[in-house]
Design a protein around this ligand. Sequence first.
Ligand code: ZN
Length: 555
Amino acid sequence: MPIRRVVALSLILSLLSLPVLGQNGNTDLLARIRKEAMEHSQIMKTMHMLTDVYGPRLTGSPNHKNAAEWAIKQMTAWGLENGHLEPWDFGHPGWLNERLSAHIVSPVKDPLVCEALAWTPGTKGTVTAKAVQVILPERPSQDQLNIFFSGQKSRVKGKIVLVGKQTIVPVNLNPPAKRTSDEQAQQRFGPNARPFAFPTPSPTPTPDPNAPKPLTNAQIAEQLDLFLRDNGAVVRVNDAGREFRQIRAFNNRTFDVDKAVPTVVMSNEDFGRITRILADGTEVALEFNIVNKVYPEGTTSYNTVAEIPGSDKADQVIMLGGHLDSWHAATGATDNAIGCAIMMEAARILKTLGVKPRRTIRVALWSGEEEGLLGSIAYVKEHFGSFEAPKPGYEKFGGYFNIDSGTGRVRGAGVFGPPEGASIMREILAPFKDDGVVGAVASRSRALGGSDNTSFSQAGLPGIGMGQDPIEYNSNTWHTNLDTYERILEDDVKKNAMVVAWSAYQLATADTLLPRFSNSDMPARPPETAAAQPSTPKAKPAPKKVPISRRRGRR
Ligand SMILES: [Zn+2]
């Protein structure tokens, strides 16, 4: 074959094999996005502000609002428009722990590692008292609990009360892998991904119909707090139940400082030491000074919103987001300042490159996620409604990208909708094969849980959850006192911003919106379940994507 014909033929072939999205000068755009993301990144500066300067960002706290206002200012400075805080009704005051010191003062003197439980009161100065341990009966009925409490009244008066036995945390000889292997990523997001199945709950034993009905954990917790308050306990101490002095401190379930005594979650090692000294029959004295503040104005919280307006389809919206609120034991870096920083950065990249998306690209940084996805649920309800009760914005919504699994690089996406939607996402993500991105899988689940993308999928809208390498998320940083700036892998998160910037732009520029389920194929909305409270001090790490009814904490 003459050389010229070979060249012509191979040119035709290469044109034919170009992905649809490779046309329109998109290949060049991809290179520009990559360069901007990797060489001019602002992510670590954003992370510094959100964590070091404004963290922790508990919903309703002034820290959260200050972080939100800074984010609006920063996004506006990058050229995003319509930046504003969008109020929603949290219904609880804000709360902040400003100071906490904890010491064993007898029979030895040593500092103790503790975190305050959110929405509990402070100590009104330094308090010193003897420690007692109170071990509740297992699964008590109301009668059994009443009898137990009446026997404990005189024990707890004027005392610092350690609640429960120490959790024995075995030495872990098999630490989990930090990266998902390529094989695992393929199984989860590849073309032949195994359909996602929720873990089957272990069968509950059939209760003896004549036995008294055991109370729920929530009922026991609430009654125990009132018992301690009404009988003059000075401080309540919970066991963190985790290794290496890790602490996850959540909240008093009532969100009401008047319904509890000052409460801390103590490192498992300190809790164990005190337990063992008490078991020797030796008296132990502890000293605490806890300053907690309540902010009544926190009953209104805010989602943080800014956008790049579209052109000919500006009324259609593609959204990207993460939750800006955090727990309070650390500065909430991997959960989830990083999700916010990545989405802000993705928008910054697109704005800096001066691309003109046809649809509006909107960044939303939620609050109230940790208390039950509250901010994103309120936003979806207000702007889009749901499949069952649509608002005008419902039909014009094109997809919501969510990042909330820590610092690891993105390995794939879960897309709520019919298989055709996941196929489009798979094609969009194809250029990132060498960066470890494997593909996309379709999801039919409208169960609420995991993270804010499920507020969209519950409404029947295309929520897109990005799956990531675990790194240290489930093992060390998720909801713990170790969740700080230092835990961020800069190279991974820069790449994540690149992947999201590209993907959001593709959805914002395609001829049509992501396909939805037809009316007849839309999965039924699962029955409302009472949002689980993330307050149990010994909450175990929940597996990914477990519905809220079975979870004790949000992502
Ligand atoms: Zn989270």
